[in-house]
Design a protein. Sequence first.
Length: 335
Amino acid sequence: MQTTRHQYIARDSGAVCDESLFGDGFVRLMYHGVRESAPALFRLLTSPRMTGILGYVNYDLPFASGGSACARFLRQLKVDLSECLLRPEELDTPRKVFERQIRYWECRPMPERPEEVVSPADARVLVGSCRDTSSLFIKDKFFSFDELLGGERRPWLNALRDGDFALFRLTPDKYHYNHTPVSGEVADIYTIDGEFNSCNPEAIVAVATPYSKNRRVVTIVNTDVKGGSNVGLVAMIEVVALMIGDIVQCYSAEGYRDPRPVTRGMFVEKGQPKSLYRPGSSTDIVIFQKGRVSFAADLLENQARTDVTSRFSQGFGIPLVETDIRVRALLARAR
């Protein structure tokens, strides 16, 4: 019998935590009822138009009861107000809460060694490999490799084939800026249109390779340049989800100052803000060339645990336990 629980491991404490899945009942109905019995309605619910409507209703209307409703919402999401640049009274809509800026230079410390790769987001992370000879091999569970990067992008497909990847699931309570995981020169950036499937674990297990079906932005960074992280080519894929209407590219070299679009030829520094999801839950995928990085040992150990109740482990039949990771925290090291 399938459990309704989904657990993850808190990296800082090692504690096993139960995730409160937002809208879990609605997602179950969509992906196990509507999707199977009313496919046309399901396509409507995961369309750009419906995502825009749901996003407005859920995130743009002011809190109905003023300050008290806002305070309850912030407590429900467990937002640490001491991190935020805005005062609590200024966070007067759910959108402002989800798009909040934080003092990341103080509250999200970053390893300083150039060979260390960092997390692009506050998220729950899984790592894997596209090689069938790897102990981390996860074949076509979360995405189809060719489809994810765009089938016509042959140079990048060839360069990154058989590589390793990290998958970051941003839940609605998270800080929703993405930061650059590596330093290097932007070799390419492009958008691939698609659907707006939910990032709830139930939806991910129900829909084959959902991340390569959703709308996404692909950024290719060449790190083998002066000042780069020296881990080869790195693809960062930002994937939209249900009620996510946009991904705003807004790179800042210092704080959140002078944000600018990410363009080819730009040099981006590790740990700096790169983009913003508007709003809700969403996913980042970072793909590395074969043999260029080794993932942090604690992430690998946590992922293989069999004493944690994970819908991914249950749905895919192999241990797949997420670790809660902070943006700019250690993800991997150059080999």
